[in-house]
Write a protein that binds this ligand. Structure first.
Ligand SMILES: Nc1nc2c(ncn2[C@@H]2O[C@H](COP(=O)(O)OP(=O)(O)OP(=O)(O)O)[C@@H](O)[C@H]2O)c(=O)[nH]1
Ligand SMILES: [Mg+2]
Length: 493
């Protein structure tokens, strides 16, 4: 069976951030020029945007992988790398975005509404941006972060005012083609319509949209035929119009039975009971069809339906049906004023990025948190100075402190990040960490002189209490030293 393309799975990958550059300014007779490595550019994001001129998700079915461009690395002479371009993917109005587990991430309604499906990676800072009073010439730069990548599922739920429902070949597409400018495919075999057609119809002052959707068959609410895919579209419509075939030759079928079957499927699907309904008895241009319509009409009206005898072929009865649909739509709109469609940008839910957690797992300690994980990604582990800077950041955030508190010992395994992309360390507590130990132009005194605090701790680090009091003493000591505490805000690196 033909695949229905109003549900697609898409892999989206944002661009990586460019690496920061570590460079030192060189000029004749000025051998000690300052650091001048520029920042890396931000990676492009993948953004879904509602475009009213798009009606299907077909395009994504054919190429289900999309990637935005990477940011460029920074360069010497304070040159910032260029930003990767965003990849904007146009989607139809009414696209629902979910993750693979079916959790709704965004419901995109209204032209221009956007959703960042994968955010570009931040560019890494160059050494010129990392310089500070105490670290005048950092010999390292931060790495760009990888862009987000994930699998999303997109489903289209049409946002039409009127839905035409009925058996395959009842003439739904034919009707929409004669009341609007839409030119859907029409043929005398079932399931000609595989994707919904949207038609714009005018009746006096009222302009409204009609969705023509795939045919329904018994069992549709259980997913038979194109059932569920079809019913999804009906959910948002204001009015349902039963299109009943008065000229079918199929045994066991007549307009009344067809209507009951469709109603049974609608009620099985649920949530549609409150929608007003109209009945269109179609194909009355066929002589037998007119006879059948005449017989059927009274019973339908008795059941409370407003009935219209129409023919898509001869165009009779269309005007009355059109104005009846318009009237219900206009009344519904008056009762519930349509919200102004603003350009909303929906972002994936923000995670609390202030904190971090430390948990023990089989003798190892796992650190989770937006900042520690980002800092690890930004670190060039082949550069000792960069590693020192990371240790410094972690210590200042309180990660080391927390590790002591939960009982970690020197040499224990510390894991930062989630399973797939975690970084594993043998814990070597630094406490005083990097920054304040760094001398002029990035020399690190730790490489030259012994580090009494660390050594003393190594001797004593038998029990946790000893270690902790040691740490507290050391902290008091270091805070007494001018300029040893904080060198500024790391938040936005
Ligand atoms: N004589 C006559 N034939 C019609 C009329 N309306 C539609 N048909 C024919 O019925 C067949 C099916 O029409 P479609 O409009 O494709 O039917 P549909 O309900 O959209 O069918 P699916 O998309 O398969 O669900 C085509 O051969 C049409 O030409 C009508 O008013 N009179
Ligand atoms: Mg059709």
């Amino acid at each position: 069976m033909t695949t229905f393309v109003d549900r697609v799975e898409l892999h989206v990958a944002a661009g990586n951030g460019g690496h920061g550059c570590a460079s030192v300014h060189r000029e004749k007779f000025k051998p000690l020029g300052g650091p001048d490595g520029g920042n890396g550019g931000e990676g492009g994001s993948v953004i879904l945007t509602v475009d009213a001129s798009i009606t299907t998700l077909l395009e994504y079915h054919h190429s289900p992988k999309r990637k935005a461009t990477n940011g460029k690395p920074g360069a010497g002479g304070h040159r910032t790398g260029s930003t990767g371009g965003d990849l904007v993917l146009p989607v139809p109005d009414g696209t629902v975005v979910m993750d693979r587990e079916g959790n709704v991430l965004a419901d995109l309604v209204g032209h221009g509404t956007s959703f960042i499906a994968a955010a570009g990676g931040r560019g890494g800072l160059g050494n010129s941006s990392l310089a500070s009073a105490r670290r005048k010439a950092p010999g390292f730069a931060l790495l760009g972060e990888p862009g987000e990548a994930r699998d999303i599922v997109m489903e289209l739920k049409s946002v039409a005012d009127v839905a035409l429902v009925g058996y395959p070949s009842a003439g739904k597409s034919s009707l929409i083609s004669v009341i609007s400018a839409a030119k859907p495919k029409i043929a005398d075999y079932p399931f000609t319509t595989l994707i919904p057609n949207l038609g714009v119809v005018t009746a006096g002052d009222t302009v409204y949209t009609v969705a023509d959707v795939p045919g329904l068959i018994p069992g549709a609410s259980q997913g038979k035929g194109l059932g569920l895919e079809f019913l999804r579209h009906v959910e948002r419509c204001t009015v349902l119009v039963h299109v009943l075939d008065c000229a079918t030759l199929e045994p066991g079928r007549d307009p009344l039975t067809d209507l009951e079957t469709i109603e049974a499927e609608l009620s099985q699907y649920g949530g549609l009971d409150d929608r007003p309904r109209l009945v269109a008895l179609n194909k009355v241009d066929v002589p037998d069809g007119q006879d059948l319509a005449d017989i059927t009409r009274a019973s339908l009206e008795e059941a409370g339906y407003r009935v219209f005898e129409v023919s898509a072929a001869s165009r009779q009865g269309l005007r009355e049906l059109n104005f009846a649909m318009a009237q219900i739509v206009a009344e519904a709109r008056a009762a519930k004023p349509i919200e102004e469609n603003t350009r909303i940008v929906l972002r994936p839910t923000a995670v609390d990025d202030a904190g971090f957690t430390v948990t023990e797992e089989d003798g190892a300690y796992r650190v989770r948190g937006l900042k520690p994980e980002r800092w690890v990604r930004q670190t060039d582990f082949s550069n000792d100075e960069a590693v020192g800077y990371l240790a410094d950041r972690l210590a200042r955030l309180g990660v080391e402190d927390k590790l002591w508190k939960v009982g970690a010992q020197e040499g224990d395994t510390v894991i930062i990040g989630a399973e797939e992309n975690a970084v594993v360390f043998d814990w070597e507590p630094t406490m005083a960490a990097g920054a304040e130990m760094l001398g002029r132009r990035g020399e690190d005194h730790r490489f030259e002189s012994p580090r009494p605090a660390v050594d003393r701790r190594r001797e004593k680090a038998k029990g946790r209490d000893a270690a902790e009091s040691e740490y507290l003493a050391f902290e008091a000591l270091s805070s007494g030293r001018p300029g040893a505490i904080d060198e500024g805000d790391d938040e936005d690196h």
